[in-house]
Design a protein around this ligand. Sequence first.
Ligand SMILES: C[S@@+](CC[C@H](N)C(=O)[O-])C[C@H]1O[C@@H](n2cnc3c(N)ncnc32)[C@H](O)[C@@H]1O
Length: 219
Amino acid sequence: MNAEFWLEKWARNEIGFHAQHPHKGLVEHFSTICAQPGGHVFVPLCGKTLDIQWLLNKGFRVTGVELSLLAVEQLFAELGVHPVISPVSAKVVMFEGGGLKVFVADIFSVSAAMLGSVDIVYDRAALVALPQDIRVRYAKHLMAITRCATQFLICVEYDQCRLSGPPFAVMAQDIADYYAPYYEITSIEREPVERGIKGREPGYEHIWLLCPLNDRAEK
Ligand SMILES: C[S@@+](CC[C@H](N)C(=O)[O-])C[C@H]1O[C@@H](n2cnc3c(N)ncnc32)[C@H](O)[C@@H]1O
């Protein structure tokens, strides 16, 4: 999945991953687990998810990263916020307004210094959007730029042999491979996906909480 793949998806409005309501797991569990009003939530690969609006309404500060300029323009328009737009580096432009910052960039061009201190990562449809080889790199980069912040992670599980991603199946063992040396990993909820993955293949949505094992440090 290269950048072109995603930019074309947005250009053609083929955004089946975009939900019309905030994620049920976010609404049910996030405030209990992450009860830190005013805390800073990082949403990698954010698209224009309504989860951001929900987080802002709950009083969190939110920073997202998204490749597609179109997605970010739509996100701010749908929030009714006129962003201030400023270049951050040769490869990163920042949209800012209404308690929300979004870097229009490849996540691998975003640094810890750009993000500042992060309290919690909300990863829905980000890790699972990436193929296996990039996932390993993404997991390491995410830990580095958030200094191993706690993660609220939503993955999908299904038989990868029967369907190609995205979304890719990310199983419990994969999460252990990426994160177990650095986090205590707790399963919060695992539920069958209504109508199946891509409307065809039976699968589960699995919500995980990742709490850093040691003092947070760059990986
Ligand atoms: C499956 S969508 C999920 C969007 C959002 N998290 C949601 O729940 O609706 C993945 C998003 O990640 C963006 N994306 C893919 N690769 C990226 C990268 N390397 N850096 C930043 N954004 C990326 C895509 O443009 C797309 O909007």
